[in-house]
Design a protein around this ligand. Structure first.
Ligand code: ZN
Length: 228
């Protein structure tokens, strides 16, 4: 038999196996005894061996700065893999992001960064656009004139008198509530281009728990500044 990590939960109703990062995890309802799980797994040995073998054959890459690492996307850990491939592209599946680099590319690392940045930008824009529409309706605001995503050191977002909003790409690693807070904060600036009492009141009206999110960003902000 293979080695595995057992994760039991009271909510789960069925047994499931997951093979990732060369490890096997078995998820089971809390009431199932280990010997029953082992009996069940006995039949799955071949499948598990096959999955593990598949993963190790993917691992035979050497010319890259890393083969895999973890990043946070909307606060979820995503495994990033870098591999040579026919085309340069990003493929997302489950909690993995596979970045393949074509042999025609000269600067692998630059290409990888560019692909990853574009992919994450698309994800963040899609989320922000959806939430902007929601909060604009809620706050009785017209949609902003422009929306930009950039990489900034010192700000999560900004708003100017031309009703143009910007958001920091590093927000992609934050939980949804923190991103929502930044959206409401910038939308509140459409009415008050300052941090006056009236401004904070507007933020609180439409995002009552804003302090939790703003503290989260203060405490975890630095850890979101990876890669770029
Ligand atoms: Zn502000």
């Amino acid at each position: 038999m293979f080695e595995y990590q057992l994760k039991k939960s009271t909510r789960r109703k069925t047994v499931a196996i997951k093979v990732h990062s060369h490890k096997v995890t078995v998820y089971a309802p809390h009431f199932v005894a280990k010997k029953h799980i082992d009996t069940w797994l006995f039949d799955k040995q071949e499948w598990v061996a096959e999955q593990l073998k598949k993963q190790s054959s993917i691992d035979d890459t050497k010319q890259y700065p890393f083969k895999s690492k973890k990043i946070s996307v909307f606060s979820e850990m995503i495994y990033l893999r870098l591999e040579p491939g026919q085309y340069s592209k990003v493929t997302s599946y489950d909690e993995h992001l596979l970045i393949t680099i074509s042999p025609r590319v000269k600067n692998d690392f630059q290409k990888y960064q560019q692909l990853l940045e574009t992919y994450l930008k698309e994800q963040l824009i899609a989320y922000i656009e959806m939430r902007l529409a929601y909060f604009c309706t809620l706050m009785g605001e017209e949609l902003p004139n422009d929306l930009k995503i950039g990489v900034y050191k010192r700000k999560w977002g900004s708003c100017n008198s031309k009703r143009e909003l910007t958001f920091n790409l590093h927000l992609i690693g934050a939980p949804y509530h923190a991103i929502d807070y930044v959206i409401v904060h910038e939308l509140a600036h459409l009415k008050y281009l300052n941090h006056s009492k009236a401004f904070w009141q507007r933020v609180e009206t439409f995002f009552p728990d804003y302090k939790t999110s703003s503290n989260w960003l203060k405490q975890n902000g630095m850890s979101l500044q990876w890669v770029f």
